[in-house]
Design a protein around this ligand. Structure first.
Ligand SMILES: [Zn+2]
Length: 559
C-alpha cells in the first residue's frame, strides 16, 4: 500500500524524537510525589495493562498493518466493535458501530510523457503527476503555464496570487509553504508557523476553485519540510482517496503534482525568468507571471472502488445529549509489502495502535463513570477513523457526512501516536494558539504541573496533518496535543535517549512494532489531560471558538 508520508503524527514525533540534542541534565527537583498528588487530582484510573494489551493486539502481525479494505481491516473493525460493545457504548450509525467510507484507489501509469517548455521531464526523477479523475486517459496538449507565487487567495491578508487571472485551460506553477516562511518575524501568514495556505492540499483546492486545468507544486526541501524522496514515494503508484461527488469531480483540476527545484529552475530559465528572484518577490507580495511556455502531458489513470469503515461509538449525555464531544484516532496504518525482504508488516504500534487504544481507554473511564451515575451532561463520541495515512480520508468523510450535526459538535480531541518516552514536565499543543479549546487542555495540564508549549517545528504545519484538521476546516474546535520535550527526571531522560535510539527510523517503517519495554506512563499522563478537559467541557454550556488570527476564526469565532 502506498502512503502519504506527509500526513500523520509527524509533528509529535518530531517533538518527541528530536529531543536528543536538548536532553542534558537540567536542574531537576524530585517531582515524584507532586506528580502522584496531581494525578490523583484528575481522579482517573487508567488501566495500563489494558491499554498495553490493546496496543499489542492491534499492532500484532495478525492484523497485517491495518490497511484499509484488507483482511487486517476486518480484524480491526471486529476488535474495536467488541471493545466498545463491552464498555456499553452504542453504535452511532443507527445502532451500527460502522460508517462506510467509499474509497477509490487511483493508479497513474508509470509511462508518463511530460514536456514542459519543450523540456522532456523524467517521471519520478523530475516530476510526479496524478489525477483524481477516474479511468481517464489524461491528454493535455500545449496548456499555458502560469506562475502564481504561493497560489494563495486569502482575503484576510488582502492577498490574492490569482488576481485578474483566467486560469481556464491553464496550469498553475506554485511554491510550497506560505509567504510567512520567508519572513519568520513578520505577522503576515503567521510568520514561520505554517498556515493552511501553505499546505499542498490547499494549493490544489484553490487551483480547482480558480478553474485551472492543472497545478504543479515546486518542491523545496526546507519549506516543504520533507525531501523529494517522500514526494516521489507518496505520489506514485496506487493512491487512495475519497470518491468525489459529481460537483467535486467536475470542479477538480485534471492533473496535480510536484516537480523538483532543479526541474523548475530549468523551466524558469528557459522561460527567461530567474526562479530565485520570483521566489523572493512572491514572498513579499501577491504575484502571477505568464511564463509564455506550455505543458504537454499524457498518462492513464486507473480507478478501483471499495468501501472502508470508520468505527463510531457513543456514550449518551444526561441532559445535553444532542451536543457532542468527539475523540478521534485513526485505526489504519499502511499494511504490508510483500516485495520486502524480511519483515513485511508495517505494524503501526505507535502510529496509531497507541492512539486507538488511547481513545478506548478514555471511553472506558467515561463509561464507568456513567455507570456509577456520574455521566457527562453532553454526549461523547469516539471515532476510530480509517484512511488517515492516505490523506485523512475517514475524518474528511465523517466531517462531510457527519452522523451528528457539526453545529452541535462542541470539540474534537485527536490522538495520533501517544508518548512512549515517559512522563514529561511540559505539554505540547500542536499549532498552539488556534482555539479556546486549548484553555481546557492548559488547565488540565496545569493540574499535573506541566508547562504548555507549542510544537518544536511549527513551520512543518503539524496542525494540518492529522484527523482533527478535517473538523477544523468546518470550524469545529479541534486539538492535537500530548507529549513534551522535557523528561520528568534523570531516569526518564536516560530511558528516553535509549528508546529514541530503538525507534529511530521507525516512523512509517516496519520497525514501528510494540515493545514490552515501552514506558507508557507519559501516555497515561496525556490521556489524563484529555479526559479532564473533556469532563469539564462535557458538563458546562461553553462553546469554545477559534481565536482571532486563526484561519478558522470566521467559521466559529471565539467570544
Ligand atoms: Zn498517525
Amino acid at each position: 500500500m502506498k502512503h502519504l508520508f506527509p500526513f500523520c503524527a509527524i509533528a509529535l514525533m518530531v517533538s518527541a524524537c528530536n529531543g536528543q540534542n536538548t536532553v542534558q541534565a537540567p536542574q531537576i527537583e524530585k517531582k515524584q510525589q507532586t506528580t502522584e498528588v496531581n494525578q490523583a487530582a484528575i481522579n482517573v484510573n487508567f488501566d495500563e495493562a489494558r491499554f498495553r494489551a490493546d496496543i499489542k493486539t492491534l499492532s500484532s502481525d495478525e492484523f497485517e498493518g491495518r490497511a484499509p479494505t484488507t483482511h487486517g481491516e476486518k480484524l480491526t473493525l471486529d476488535y474495536l466493535t467488541k471493545q466498545f460493545t463491552d464498555m456499553g457504548l452504542i453504535g452511532a450509525n443507527q445502532g451500527s458501530f460502522l460508517q462506510a467510507v467509499p474509497m477509490v484507489t487511483y493508479t497513474p501509469s508509470e509511462q508518463q510523457n511530460i514536456t514542459l517548455a519543450g523540456l522532456p521531464l523524467q517521471y519520478r526523477h523530475d516530476i510526479v503527476l496524478s489525477s483524481r479523475h477516474a479511468n481517464e486517459q489524461i491528454n493535455i496538449e500545449n496548456a499555458p503555464l502560469v506562475f502564481v507565487g504561493y497560489g494563495i487567495n486569502a482575503p484576510e491578508y488582502q492577498w490574492n496570487d490569482y488576481s485578474d487571472l483566467d486560469m481556464q485551460g491553464k496550469i498553475a506553477v506554485i511554491l510550497i509553504n506560505d509567504p510567512g516562511f520567508a519572513h519568520p518575524e513578520g505577522s503576515q501568514f503567521n510568520g514561520l508557523a505554517m498556515t493552511y495556505y501553505g499546505r499542498w492540499s490547499y494549493k490544489f483546492e484553490e487551483a480547482s476553485r480558480q478553474g485551472a486545468l492543472g497545478a504543479i507544486i515546486i518542491h523545496d526541501t526546507k519549506p516543504a519540510s520533507y525531501p523529494w524522496s517522500v514526494v516521489e514515494n507518496s505520489w506514485t503508484g496506487p493512491q487512495q482517496d475519497l470518491v468525489l461527488n459529481t460537483d467535486e469531480a467536475k470542479n477538480r483540476i485534471q492533473v496535480e503534482g510536484w516537480m523538483t527545484l532543479t526541474a523548475a529552475t530549468q523551466l524558469f530559465t528557459k522561460a527567461g525568468f530567474s526562479l530565485p528572484t520570483l521566489m523572493e518577490r512572491a514572498a513579499d507580495q501577491a504575484v502571477n507571471v505568464d511564463l509564455a511556455q506550455t505543458a504537454s502531458i499524457q498518462f492513464t489513470n486507473k480507478a478501483q472502488y471499495a468501501d472502508s469503515y470508520n468505527v463510531v461509538a457513543t456514550l449518551k449525555g444526561s441532559t445535553q445529549a444532542d451536543e457532542q464531544l468527539l475523540f478521534t484516532a485513526h485505526w489504519d496504518h499502511i499494511g504490508k509489502d510483500d516485495t520486502k525482504e524480511g519483515d513485511q508488516i508495517y505494524n503501526g504500534a505507535l502510529d496509531n495502535a497507541s492512539g486507538t487504544a488511547g481513545i478506548m481507554e478514555i471511553a472506558r473511564q467515561f463509561a464507568a463513570q456513567a455507570q456509577q451515575g456520574n455521566g457527562l451532561k453532553r454526549s461523547v463520541t469516539f471515532i476510530a477513523t480509517t484512511g488517515e495515512e492516505q490523506g485523512l480520508l475517514g475524518s474528511r468523510y465523517y466531517a462531510a457526512n457527519p452522523i451528528y450535526p457539526l453545529d452541535k459538535t462542541v470539540a474534537v480531541f485527536n490522538l495520533d501516536s501517544t508518548n512512549i518516552y515517559g512522563k514529561t514536565k511540559d505539554y505540547t499543543i500542536v499549532g498552539k494558539g488556534q482555539s479556546e479549546l486549548e484553555n481546557y487542555l492548559a488547565d488540565a495540564a496545569k493540574q499535573q504541573n506541566r508547562e504548555v508549549k507549542s510544537e518544536r517545528n511549527p513551520a512543518s504545519g503539524g496542525f494540518f496533518r492529522s484527523d482533527h484538521f478535517s473538523f477544523a476546516k468546518y470550524g469545529v474546535p479541534a486539538v492535537f496535543a500530548g507529549g513534551g520535550s522535557e523528561p520528568l527526571d534523570d531516569a526518564t531522560a536516560a530511558y528516553k535517549t535509549e528508546m529514541e535510539k530503538t525507534m529511530k527510523g521507525c516512523y512509517h517503517n516496519v520497525c514501528d512494532h510494540y515493545h514490552e519495554s515501552w514506558d507508557l506512563s507519559g501516555a497515561l499522563q496525556d490521556l489524563g489531560v484529555y479526559y479532564q478537559a473533556a469532563k469539564t467541557l462535557g458538563n458546562n454550556q461553553d462553546w469554545p471558538g477559534y481565536l482571532v488570527g486563526s484561519e478558522f476564526h470566521h467559521l466559529r469565532p471565539a467570544k
